[in-house]
Design a protein around this ligand. Structure first.
Ligand code: LLP
Length: 414
C-alpha cells in the first residue's frame, strides 16, 4: 500500500503514526495520504505521453472537498453524476470546462446547473434524455455539448453489481441503436455532438474487456464519421481495478498504452474517468476493537466501524485487508471482524488471522474509494471523521458528524 507502511512495528500514513491519529481524532476515522493521491494522479496523467487527453476523476469514488481540490490543483477534470457532485467540484475549485456529466437519470434542474456552469460535455444515456437536454438548453439559450454513452455489450468480468457494459444493464444506449440516435441528436437545435462515450464496469483486473470495448467504439466512430459527423473526443470511462489482496490488475501505464494502441493513429482527445484507481489505495479506515467475544463456534472482534462506514464488504462481499496498527507476532486466532450494527451482514472481514486485545487499533486497508462516499447513518451512527496526512502533517478534512447535525432536518408533528 503506497504511503501506508510499518516502521518499527507501527503502521504509518506517510510520516504519521496511525495510533496518533486515533488518539487525536477518535475512531472510526478515514485517513488519506496526499502523496499517494498525487502520485496516482500523475501516473495516469503522464502515461498518455503526447496524446491529447483529460483525466476526469470519478467524483463518486470519494467526494471530499479536500481531495477534489487536490486533484483540481493538479489539473484534473471530473466525472460527475449529480447536481450535488457538480456543486462540490465547483466549490473545490475544479474547472467547469473539464467536467463531464454521466448518469442515466439527470434531472432538468441538474442539467440547468451544469449548462450554467459551462461543463465540457454531457454523457447522454437515452433518447428521452436527449430531448429533455435539448429543451432545457433551449430555455437557457445555450447549446449543450453531448456524447452518447454507448453500451458496447462487453463482459467486464467483474462483480455483477458493478458491471455496466452488458446489454442487460441499464447504462448507455444499445450499441446497435447508437448510429440512429446520433443522427437524431444532430436534428436537435440546442445540442452539439462532441464525443463518444462508454464505461463497462468497475474493478476490472484484465485489459481484454477494455480493448474489446475500445474496438467496438472505434468501429462505431468510423461509421459515424462516414456519415459526416465530427467527434472531438472519445471518453473511455473508468474501471481500472486495484489490488485489495490477491488481484493483479494491469499497471496504469499498461492500461493507458493499451487504450492508445487500440485508438491507433486517430487524433481524438481521449478522456478517462478513473475513480477507484486514483483514491482506493490512498486511504484506510481506522477502527478500534471494542470487544472480543469468544463463542464455541466463532471468535468475534467487534470493532467501532461498521457497514454504515464501509459498505463494500456487506454489499459486494468485498475483501479489504485488515492490519493491526501496532504490529504483533500475529495470528493466534481466526476472527470474524464485525461492527456494532444490527445486521448479520455487518462485517468488515471474515476469518482473519489476528492477535487482538480489547482496545487495539486496526486499519482496514484500500478504503479510499467507495468508503466514505457510500457511508450512511444507519443505526443513527454519525459519519466518521476524515483526515489527510501530508508528510508529518495531519489535516482534519471532515469533522466527525455530530448527532445534532444528523437529526437537524427532522421535525416532530405539531
Ligand atoms: N465512470 C462512470 C460512468 C462510472 O459509472 C464509474 C463507476 C466510473 C467512471 C468510475 O469507475 P472506477 O474507476 O472507480 O472503477 N461502489 C462500487 C463501485 C461502483 C462504480 C460505479 N461506477 C464499489 O465499491 O466497488
Amino acid at each position: 500500500f503506497p504511503s501506508f507502511d510499518y516502521r518499527n512495528g507501527r503502521l504509518y500514513g506517510e510520516s504519521v503514526q496511525l495510533d496518533r491519529i486515533a488518539r487525536e481524532f477518535g475512531t472510526p476515522c478515514y485517513v488519506y495520504s496526499r502523496a499517494a493521491l498525487v502520485a496516482a494522479y500523475r501516473e495516469f496523467d503522464t502515461a498518455f505521453g503526447g496524446h491529447d487527453h483529460l483525466v476526469c476523476y470519478a467524483v463518486k469514488a470519494n467526494s471530499n472537498l479536500a481531495i477534489l481540490n487536490l486533484f483540481a490543483r493538479l489539473g484534473s477534470g471530473f466525472d460527475i453524476v449529480s447536481g450535488g457532485e457538480l456543486q462540490r467540484v465547483l466549490k473545490a475549485g475544479g474547472d467547469p470546462q473539464k467536467i463531464v456529466f454521466s448518469g442515466v437519470g439527470k434531472q432538468p434542474s441538474e442539467m440547468r446547473a451544469a449548462l450554467a456552469a459551462g461543463i465540457f460535455c454531457f454523457n447522454v444515456e437515452s433518447e428521452a434524455e436527449l430531448a429533455v437536454l435539448n429543451q432545457v438548453a433551449g430555455e437557457l439559450n445555450k447549446i449543450a455539448p453531448v456524447s452518447l454513452r454507448v453500451n458496447p455489450d462487453v463482459d467486464a468480468k467483474t462483480h455483477p453489481y458493478i458491471s455496466t457494459g452488458l446489454k442487460e444493464n441499464k447504462f448507455g444506449v444499445p450499441f446497435d441503436e447508437a448510429e440512429k440516435l446520433y443522427a437524431s441528436a444532430q436534428e436537435f437545435a440546442n445540442l452539439r455532438i462532441s464525443g463518444l462515450d462508454c464505461h463497462i464496469g468497475s474493478q476490472l483486473t484484465k485489459l481484454g474487456p477494455f480493448v474489446e470495448a475500445c474496438g467496438k467504439i472505434l468501429d462505431l466512430l468510423t461509421r459515424l464519421e462516414t456519415q459526416g459527423l465530427t467527434i472531438d473526443h472519445l471518453d473511455l470511462g473508468g474501471g481500472l481495478g486495484i489490488r485489495y489482496s490477491g488481484e493483479n490488475p494491469p499497471a496504469v501505464q499498461d492500461y493507458v498504452t493499451a487504450l492508445c494502441a487500440a485508438i491507433g493513429r486517430r487524433n481524438q482527445r481521449i478522456l478517462i474517468e478513473p475513480g477507484r484507481a486514483l483514491v482506493g489505495n490512498a486511504g484506510v479506515l481506522l477502527t478500534r476493537v471494542e470487544y472480543l467475544k469468544h463463542t464455541p463456534h466463532r471468535d468475534f472482534a467487534i470493532v467501532d466501524a461498521a457497514m454504515n462506514d464501509l459498505m463494500r464488504p456487506a454489499l459486494y462481499d468485498a475483501y479489504h485487508e485488515i492490519l493491526p496498527v501496532i504490529a504483533n507476532s500475529g495470528g493466534d486466532k481466526i476472527y470474524q471482524v464485525v461492527g456494532p450494527v444490527c445486521e448479520t451482514g455487518d462485517f468488515l472481514g471474515h476469518d482473519r488471522k489476528l492477535t487482538l486485545a480489547q482496545g487495539n487499533l486496526l486499519a482496514i486497508m484500500s478504503a479510499g474509494a467507495y468508503g466514505m462516499s457510500m457511508s450512511s447513518n444507519y443505526n443513527t451512527r454519525p459519519r466518521a471523521a476524515e483526515v489527510m496526512v501530508d508528510g508529518d502533517r495531519i489535516h482534519l478534512i471532515r469533522q466527525r458528524e455530530s448527532l445534532e447535525q444528523l437529526i437537524a432536518g427532522e421535525k416532530i408533528l405539531p
